[in-house]
Design a protein around this ligand. Sequence first.
Ligand code: BTN
Length: 258
Amino acid sequence: MQVAKIFRKESAFGKYMAYLCEIDSTNNYIKSRNSFLPHGFCAVAQSQLSGRGRQGKSFYSPKGKGLYASVLLKEESVVNDGLLTAKISLAVCRAIDRLTGTNNTNGVKIKWVNDIYFGSKKLCGILCERAKGKDGKDFVVVGIGINLEFDATCAPRDILNTATSLFDVTKNRYDMETLLKILLEEISDILYFDAKKTIELYRKRSCIIGHEINVIRNNKNIRAAALDILPKGELLVRYEDGTCEKLSSGEISIRLSK
Ligand code: BTN
């Protein structure tokens, strides 16, 4: 592992950054240093040896082919915001729009609660991890992995047909640092949006509202219709027997129906 260079920047978020060449996981990097790093600290790596995804999955992070970044959140109002993951998803979509010219209607969408899709393929994953610091206060590490290019020759088989990249989508190559700068600007804005505005924007970005999905609970697939995203960010679904349920992100995962 290369020793990080710590730079001071003037923007509100990512004012303090660590640029890493290679690391196990940028989330791990921040978590293990949480006690002395400030709110808004960002770690970014060229590659991750053990990039982590949700539900214990790994996140493929080859050198120079993606943006692999984590941000530390310590401010109480932000850490306790029930819409935090929704806000981060929105920030990612808006940053990609600004960088590439995609927009709400022609592309970058959110699969509840925080996978970013283009069409039927995943472009970005987000892993928010909450923990308690030595001072007894909760903090959150937000990890974001955006595929800039997808090299199918080396990628794990399980994501070959399900992942995409900004290059696949736009046929252009983008610089990781430019994307990160825009992303941090969006995060610093959106984290302070009120709930009403957040949900309005989130609904417009949803690729599942009005679609058939599979709700996966205890390894069982249950067919449902995704009806709406509710004011607190829950997903409202209707099952085949006509009953409806509000789903919270911790309990289940969903799959888009083909
Ligand atoms: C998922 O798709 O399940 C979430 C993937 C999150 C990947 C990012 S890359 C930067 C940060 N470091 C990690 O180890 N994971 C996150």
